[in-house]
Design a protein around this ligand. Structure first.
Ligand SMILES: *Cc1c(COP(=O)(O)O)cnc(C)c1O
Length: 441
């Protein structure tokens, strides 16, 4: 247990082992994985499995660390809603003063549902915004549109003109910076669909400034996701800073620099950096090139705020052996948490309950019930020995977990619970078959 135990301490306050005391004399009989003060086994009993569990304290703490790292410059942290769009999570973030980065009209509606006045801290990103989505965002009065193509600029200009408004815009420029991450979530190279080549951007800024319904207000970048080396962020900002100077020389008023999101987390066990120092390094990389520029900085973290604050709780349905391979078939599947199947992503898996003296381990594949070989959470993983009925927690599932869940194999999506200290509440009910069939004729 030492290895897993040590690693999990680094995830406190979200998830950590506590002594479990049972029996007449309440002597320690083992340890139990808790979310804050609530044993995960209690949550499984109350809310059933599979279940997403989030720690409110961890989310607030990670936001506080982000805010603190950038305290010396005017800035707004705009949580990337696509990482986790649950209303309960968004409400929690709004309460600590967070703004939001949205990529669809649906996400705008979620944000407005949480706080009618949140729009003034909303930035709208995405390569395929429709005129309807733009109109809704203009009516709501959002802070900034991150425009990703010339054509989009004209559609936005028309939408704004129709409403007799001016849309504040930044161009999302593509700095052609290589970020070492999974190819599906790297976005900052010229061959990617995102943004406008930085070399072409000056010309488009000039065009935009000639349109009455648009107001040039900033420069935006987002180079990808799950980037754990802070250097590429600094390189991107260097190019952005250079562009800001050129644009100002061209006569534009540049109030905002949007540094995007993308700061990665460490999914592997061991070697978890201290988040405070890591975010400080990130802030240093981003801020150094901007020194002296006098801009309002926007940040769009998603994963780094929510990832380690959430876990997917699942129960072992069956143990089976095929030849030399051992499998744990659990009640969660790729439809609930897609990251291992989609990106071959590693997620640490922790056994929820330990009995004193049990130290046996075994090498297993942890798989779901879906009819796909790609439906797995771990392959050839050494885990403490588990039996049918045991609970497992798949860690670091707070971002791009539930957000990517589907109904594949006609599986209703899991419930979500938010823990705060010793209290826990459902923030999304478990889907039912009636929910799934509602729209079918
Ligand atoms: C996905 C996305 C983010 C958030 O990325 P994380 O890796 O979760 O921090 C921020 N900005 C934009 C434009 C995005 O597409």
């Amino acid at each position: 247990m030492t290895r897993t135990g040590r690693t999990l301490r680094a995830r406190a306050p979200a998830f950590s082992y506590r002594e479990s005391k049972k029996g007449l004399f309440r002597r320690s009989t083992g340890s139990i994985l808790c979310c804050e003060d609530v044993p995960l086994s209690h949550l499984a009993e109350r809310f059933d499995t599979p279940l997403y569990v989030y720690s409110a304290t961890a989310i607030r703490e990670r936001m506080r660390i982000f805010e603190h790292a950038f305290r010396k410059v005017p800035h707004t942290v705009c949580f990337s809603v696509k990482a986790n769009s649950n209303l309960g999570i968004l409400r929690l973030l709004a309460q600590v003063g967070c703004g939001f980065d949205i990529v669809s009209g649906g996400e705008l509606q979620r944000v407005l549902r949480v706080d009618r006045h949140a729009a003034k801290q909303v930035v709208f990103s995405g390569v395929g915004k429709t005129a309807e989505e733009m109109t809704a965002a203009l009516k709501a009065g959002i802070m900034l549109f991150n425009v990703e193509s010339e054509s989009e600029l004209w559609v936005l200009a028309e939408s704004a003109a129709r409403l007799k408004q001016t849309a504040k815009i930044a161009l999302r420029v593509n700095p052609d910076v290589r970020a070492e991450t999974h190819p599906y979530i790297s976005t900052g190279l010229h061959q990617h669909k995102f943004g406008i080549p930085i070399s072409a951007s000056r010309r488009i800024y000039a065009q935009a400034s000639g349109i009455r319904s648009l107001k040039v207000a900033g420069v935006s970048v987002h180079i990808g996701s799950q980037i754990t080396n802070v250097k590429p962020f600094g390189e991107a900002m260097l190019r952005v800073a250079e562009l800001v100077r050129e644009l100002r020389a061209d006569g534009h008023r540049i109030d905002f620099v949007d540094a995007g999101g993308g700061l990665g987390i460490v999914y592997d066990q061991g070697n978890l950096p201290d988040f405070e120092g890591y975010v400080a390094d990130y802030a240093e990389a981003v801020l150094r090139p901007l020194r002296g520029l006098k801009v309002h900085l926007l940040l769009e973290p998603g994963r780094s705020i929510l990832g380690p604050a959430g876990a997917l709780l699942t129960r072992v349905l069956y143990k089976k052996t095929n030849g030399t391979k051992k499998f744990l078939v659990v009640d969660a599947a790729m439809n609930d948490l897609l990251r291992p199947s989609l990106y071959n992503a590693y997620h640490e898996i922790a056994k929820v309950e330990w009995k004193d003296g049990s130290s046996l381990s075994e090498t297993v594949d942890v798989v779901g019930p879906i009819c796909e070989t790609g439906d797995f959470f771990a392959r050839a993983r050494e885990l403490p020995r588990s039996e049918e009925g045991d609970l497992l927690a798949i860690l670091d599932a707070g971002a791009y977990g539930m957000a990517l869940a589907s109904n594949y194999n006609s599986r209703p999506r899991p419930a979500e619970a938010l823990v705060d200290g010793n209290s826990a509440k459902v923030i999304r009910r478990r889907e039912t078959m009636a929910d799934l069939l509602r729209n079918e004729l």
